[in-house]
Design a protein around this ligand. Structure first.
Ligand SMILES: NC(=O)c1ccc[n+]([C@@H]2O[C@H](COP(=O)([O-])OP(=O)(O)OC[C@H]3O[C@@H](n4cnc5c(N)ncnc54)[C@H](OP(=O)(O)O)[C@@H]3O)[C@@H](O)[C@H]2O)c1
Length: 281
């Protein structure tokens, strides 16, 4: 019988604990979000993040810039937030409009406020095995795997996708947890053969129902990061109904990885506030 890795339940538990911890800390953590343009999905994600802040007692401020903002304008907003002593975490909602230099914007976020973990300094620390802030989605997945006591040391993990927000940090976190890691991408040859070897299969592609049961080792743990629309419904990269018949554990979409991402963002923001308070003391 397959185990459903319930990200919604796990995230709610973590948010409740975090709320208590924040209340007892005497700190006033604050997150700033920056959104450029009016993409409905991005706006919805930002709203969900602000709602989670409210739920746990993190203050939040939202900066909204018009779609035609130049890179300089976005940089200016980020630099103001860097200098604001009341802001602990800065999140620039991606993707940015293509006229905006996203790499330049990410690199300008103060690494101490980079609660998304995309800054090269934070990615470098993660890859050197000394993580500081790590990307929320893969970190949330690690929390979920821990919650369900999935053994990682020595496990063969295959990550499909090599983005800086999911695939690469996911691979580094699994490596830091002693898994044997393979990263696959669109140029990988014999992808199905690579996937079939995975004890832990993590898909971050963005293609509905791409992962079919014949690509999955019986008994594998399957983590579905993908968020896709199919026939007006939200589905993952994994054909959930078919793959859950052979996997030992699987995340649903929705209700799997997504809620863990938001809970991790809250945890990272509180951690930024704690680090700042320690450095001041
Ligand atoms: N649940 C959450 O909280 C959450 C958070 C972030 C993202 N997501 C979702 O996760 C998915 C991936 O996000 P992302 O930001 O990592 O996307 P991305 O930047 O577009 O990266 C997609 C990756 O998939 C690879 N890929 C594409 N087609 C492939 C194929 N046929 N075979 C093998 N690899 C293939 C690409 O390879 P190349 O590098 O070779 O192009 C790329 O590395 C999206 O659906 C996104 O919406 C969910």
């Amino acid at each position: 019988m397959v185990i459903i890795l319930d990200g919604k339940k796990c995230s709610e538990k973590r948010l409740e604990l975090l709320k208590e911890e924040i209340k007892n800390s005497g700190l006033n953590p604050r997150l700033a979000t920056v959104i450029v343009g009016s993409d409905p999905a991005s706006k919805m994600y930002v709203r969900m993040k602000h709602r989670a802040c409210e739920q746990v007692g993190i203050g939040s401020v939202g900066i909204e810039l018009p779609e035609d903002s130049a890179t300089d304008k976005v940089l200016k907003a980020v630099m103001q937030l860097n200098q604001d002593p009341d802001i602990n975490g800065i999140l620039v909602q991606l993707p940015l409009p293509k006229e905006v230099d996203a790499e330049c914007v990410i690199e300008r976020i103060s690494p101490e406020k980079d609660v998304d973990g995309y800054h090269p300094e934070n990615l470098g620390l993660l890859f050197s095995g000394r993580p500081r802030f790590t990307s929320c989605t893969p970190t949330g997945i690690m929390t979920l795997l821990k919650e369900y006591k999935i053994p990682l040391a020595g496990a063969r993990a295959v990550v499909v996708g090599r983005s800086i927000d999911v695939g690469r940090p996911m691979a580094a976190l699994l490596l830091n947890a002693d898994a044997t890691v393979t990263i696959c991408h669109s140029k990988t040859k014999a992808l199905a053969e690579e996937l079939k070897r995975a004890d832990i299969l993590i898909s971050a592609i963005g293609k509905a129902h791409f992962i079919q049961p014949e690509m999955v080792k019986p008994g594998a743990v399957v983590i579905d990061v993908g968020i896709n629309q199919l026939d007006g419904k939200l589905v993952g990269d994994v054909d959930y109904a078919k793959v859950s018949e052979i996997a030992s554990a699987i995340t649903p979409v929705p209700g799997g990885v997504g809620p863990m991402t938001i809970a991790t963002l809250m945890e990272n923001t509180f951690r930024a506030a704690k680090v700042k308070a320690c450095n001041r003391a």
